[in-house]
Design a protein. Structure first.
Length: 239
């Protein structure tokens, strides 16, 4: 246990040092982004990035329009707040993995087109096994206008900051996969096991403490309360 605590302390110290270094690098990496946006990996120390819509592991089953590279783009304010969450979680041995960040409006349009094609149900078993595809928008699991397009909403999960025996960073149990459209994914759901409920609470507490608002139907979804572009929906590609 002493060795584990020492490793965690060392990791937390490294994260703090990373913040200083990241601040020096943001201006260079942000040159290809609109004013006010940054690559969150340059700001959030040790951030794990698994952008699902830049690949095929998502509820549509294809690369989504507008995701040319697997980058987590956020407003600077959201990225700064996320960095505080990461530093806070490090002291307990946890870290963040982002699954989606800024989402171009063309990506949302792609979701809408997919939603209208009721014959395409190839991902039903993994993402919405108990719902008809036609009900996904009506039930609030997918939106025809997304807060993600304002740049201050993020989908994320918890990981351990110490690698497992295989050298990989383990993802923590959250009760359901990402983008699992079901009441089981509601943060308040009591049917998931104790470990998942505890991990959901750890994530939600850290996010709310640092200025994010949770969404009642998705344990992974949070929006910065004081977002800088509350009325703007952007469409620049993630590249």
């Amino acid at each position: 246990m002493r060795h584990v605590l020492a490793a965690i302390g060392s990791m937390a110290g490294s994260i703090l040092g990373f913040v200083v270094a990241a601040a020096l690098n943001v201006s260079a990496s942000a040159q290809d982004l609109p004013r006010g946006f940054v690559d969150a990996a340059d700001v959030v120390p040790g951030l794990q990035v698994d952008m699902r819509y830049a690949g095929r592991d998502n509820f549509v089953g294809v690369v989504i329009d507008g995701y040319e590279k697997p980058r987590c783009i956020l407003t600077r304010q959201a990225a700064d707040a996320l960095a505080k969450v990461q530093i806070e979680l490090a002291s307990s041995g946890a870290g963040l993995k982002v699954l989606d960040c800024y989402r171009p409006t063309r990506a949302v349009a792609h979701f809408v087109r997919w939603g209208r094609d009721l014959k395409d149900v190839r991902t039903k078993g993994h993402h919405y096994p108990d719902l008809d595809k036609a009900s996904l928008f009506r039930e609030g699991y997918i939106a025809s206008r997304s807060a993600h397009s304002r740049g201050s909403t993020v989908d994320l999960t918890l990981v351990d900051i110490l690698p497992g025996p295989d050298g990989k960073v383990p993802q923590r149990e959250m009760g359901t996969p990402f983008d699992y459209f079901s009441p089981l994914s509601w943060p308040s759901n009591q049917r998931v096991d104790d470990i998942a409920r505890r991990n959901r609470q750890i994530l939600a507490d850290a996010m709310k403490k640092n200025g994010f608002i949770p969404y009642g139907k998705e344990w992974w979804h949070f929006t910065l309360a004081n977002e800088p572009f509350p009325d703007s929906y952007f469409d620049f590609p993630v590249k």
